[in-house]
Write a protein that binds this ligand. Structure first.
Ligand code: SF4
Length: 679
């Protein structure tokens, strides 16, 4: 069996995979992300490539149609809406699962040819707070570190990150590093005890959203214990005094930790030079997510623990290509190639390069606002690409109703039946993993190829081609006349060269002469794979900026609902749900509840409880465990309305967002719970 060198389509670790058409799956021993390792999800990829449930041909109003009919209709509806109501009457909602080439053309069509910025993606739910925090601190959205930093650190601090389940191969690398070097210390900061805690020397079970109080406390301690690197700060950092003054207004006790726990953590951090703080959704998915990010970055900047081997803040992306999407500007507040959407010079440069009739000049609708605009009747045509927002968005029932309220909805998907597809007028069959070619960028800025090793089923087409076909029918054919994804990647690299005079972190010059077919996993920038080694940042004066942040006043709620993911499932289980070996691990919707809370409710192990918020009610199986603290619940978000009649977990979550990043707060919603009494 010939094996094709490709990349796993799930999490942001971006593992290399050797895949065969017979379902053979092996870890790629030569890929620098995983060196042959795979997690349970990656290893089961061969069980997910069958055609059961696949959308094989276009459908219009539930009837099979040919491509020309479907594409003509999509183009006509979007064009008519733009002509009648203006460019802001249409929107795209896409996915961090898309390949960079798909992202690039979707972004180009919306921002350069339609002339709005109403393209947002489910990456808004993943790492928007990190993007915003990076920009405030560094002047750019730059992830400074590399995976090697994790292996070189003397202290790794996990914050709101169950790496063992959500980025398993990176966790395996850290576990191997700790086994080889037992002096490596690990701290796990999480309201919940998770599989990641098993590796930790110290578990700090903070209160939900207690992160700012904790890291402000750390900054105050660093100042009081004379552990700041004042020489580094003087040369490279602005705003330290104001940040420390703001930090002093926080009470460490608001973190939910004891004075002894705080002192132990502060001392360990302050007295260890090589510290990496790695964080993900527990930090990002919060109404104060951006401030949390900056509270962490402040501590690294104030001590110069950044840009050197084994030290730095490290935001890991949830999705396989959230980073690639950021590169090509695939969010409503970004322009292509790490250029600024509100910078007129940047707008002009991109428009000139694209030779486009227009260019967006203001931020578009971000995920929660985008669906609110659908509910308000402002969006007349909506294209949902490779994602299932009727399940994955907060207030999922409200989002489903909002989509139903849009006069014309088109979806591109690999599957026929999804909760979102059920609301669409037109379904367009897309090729899936193993059938399409393109690139993805992982959490350490490494661009790898996804390669096809299967024929496209039915009449399915790659997303870049579908989008280009619609663009052509809208009258923009010359600018979307791509024959292959290699053409798009070459244009993306050429755009980067054309705007190289603007100060940016993105630098794709290493790819200028690369052979797309044989492209090996390559990290940018080329000269030094670690950013800020020279102490230069991207604010106009070359310095980083510490941001004053204050801990939020935490509301008192009966139960705080923390939502998340299981080890063996991915998002709404479109693919992982097919695997017999993945299914048995936590096989049905459940909620973790502390024994004392279960007892107070009268719930016993395995009984059903009704969890209710002002947005909805969901019935879940109780999993009684001290892993969650009293007053908190944890429930995974994977199950859809098609898989359970008892409601989705995101029917409970609120469309509350961080004011800076617009990332939804999915980790501490107010709910009540009671033993379920069937009527
Ligand atoms: Fe795929 Fe992530 Fe598992 Fe690697 S760690 S095999 S990228 S799901």
């Amino acid at each position: 069996m010939t094996l094709t060198r490709t990349t796993c389509p799930y999490c942001g670790v971006g593992c290399g995979v050797l895949a065969g058409a017979d379902g053979t799956i092996k870890g790629d021993p030569n890929h620098p992300a995983n060196f042959g390792r795979l997690c349970s999800k990656g290893a089961a990829l061969g069980e997910t490539i069958d055609l059961d449930g696949r959308l094989l041909h276009p459908k219009v109003n539930g009837q099979q149609a040919d491509w020309d009919t479907a594409l003509d209709l999509v183009a006509a509806k979007f064009s008519a809406s733009i002509a009648e109501h203006g460019p802001d009457s249409v929107a795209f909602y896409a996915s961090g699962q898309l390949l960079t080439e798909d992202y690039y053309v979707a972004n180009k069509l919306m921002k350069g040819f339609i002339g709005a910025a109403n393209i947002d993606t489910n990456s808004r739910l993943c790492m928007a707070s990190s993007v915003a925090g990076h920009k405030r601190a560094f002047g750019t959205d730059t992830v400074p570190g590399t995976y090697e930093d994790l292996e070189q650190a003397d202290l790794i601090v996990f914050v709101g990150s169950n790496l063992a389940w959500c980025h398993p191969v990176l966790y395996q690398r850290i576990a191997a590093a700790k086994e080889a070097r037992p002096t490596l210390r690990i701290v796990n900061i999480d309201p919940r005890r998770t599989a990641t805690t098993d590796l930790a020397d110290m578990h700090l079970q903070i209160a939900p959203d207690g992160d700012i109080a904790l890291f402000n406390g750390l900054l105050t301690h660093l100042a009081d214990a004379h552990k700041l690197d004042k020489a580094y700060v003087k040369t490279h950092v602005n705003g330290m005094e104001a940040a420390i003054a703001a930090a002093r207004t926080s009470d460490g006790a608001d973190s939910g930790l004891t004075a002894q726990e705080l002192a132990g953590f502060f001392s360990l951090w302050a007295n260890t030079n090589k510290v990496v703080t790695i964080y993900s959704q527990g930090v990002n998915q919060s109404a104060c997510g951006t401030d949390k990010v900056n509270a962490i970055l402040n501590c690294h900047l104030a001590t110069g623990r950044i840009g050197r081997p084994g030290m730095g803040p490290f935001s890991v992306t949830g999705q396989p290509n959230a980073m690639g999407g950021r590169e090509v500007g695939g969010l409503a507040n970004m322009l292509a190639n790490h250029l600024e959407l509100d910078n007129t010079d940047h707008q002009r440069a991109v428009q000139d390069f694209w030779e486009s009739p227009t260019i967006c000049t203001q931020t578009g609708l971000k995920a929660v606002d985008l669906f609110q605009a659908c509910a308000d009747g402002k969006i007349k045509a909506l294209w949902i690409i490779s994602t299932n927002p009727a399940v994955s968005m907060p207030d999922a029932d409200g989002v489903a109703a909002a989509i139903a309220n849009v006069p014309f909805v088109v979806t591109s998907d690999i599957m026929e039946k999804t909760d979102t597809n059920d609301l669409a007028d037109v379904l367009l069959p897309a090729t899936g993993w193993g059938e399409k070619d393109g690139t993805v960028t992982n959490s350490e800025r490494r661009i790898s190829r996804q390669r096809a090793f299967l024929a496209a089923p039915g009449s399915a087409r790659p997303d870049w081609q579908i989008i280009s076909d619609v663009a052509g029918r809208m009258g923009f054919g010359e600018s979307f006349a791509y024959q292959t994804p290699a053409d798009i990647f070459a244009e993306y690299v050429a755009l980067d060269a054309a705007v190289s005079h603007f100060p940016r972190d993105l630098d794709l010059s290493i790819f200028a002469d690369a052979d797309y077919a044989t492209l090996i996993p390559t990290q940018w920038p080329a000269n030094d794979h670690r950013f800020f080694a020279d102490g230069r940042f991207y604010h106009p004066d070359g310095k980083a900026q510490m941001i004053p942040v204050q801990a939020p006043v935490l509301p008192k709620v009966r139960f705080a609902l923390n939502t998340g993911r299981n080890r063996d499932q991915w998002h709404t289980m479109t693919r992982t749900g097919k695997s017999a070996r993945l299914g048995p691990h936590l096989a049905e919707p459940y909620v973790e509840i502390h024994p004392a809370d279960a007892s107070a409710l009268g719930a016993s192990a395995g009984s059903l409880i009704a969890v209710e918020s002002i947005y909805g009610c969901t019935i879940l199986r109780t999993l009684i465990t001290p892993r969650v603290a009293k007053g908190q619940l944890f429930a995974p978000m994977h199950w859809t309305r098609q898989q359970t009649t008892h409601g989705t977990v995101n029917s409970l979550t609120a469309p509350v967002t961080d004011p800076v990043s617009s990332q939804p707060a999915l980790k501490s919603g107010a709910v009540s719970a009671a033993v379920y009494q069937p009527k």
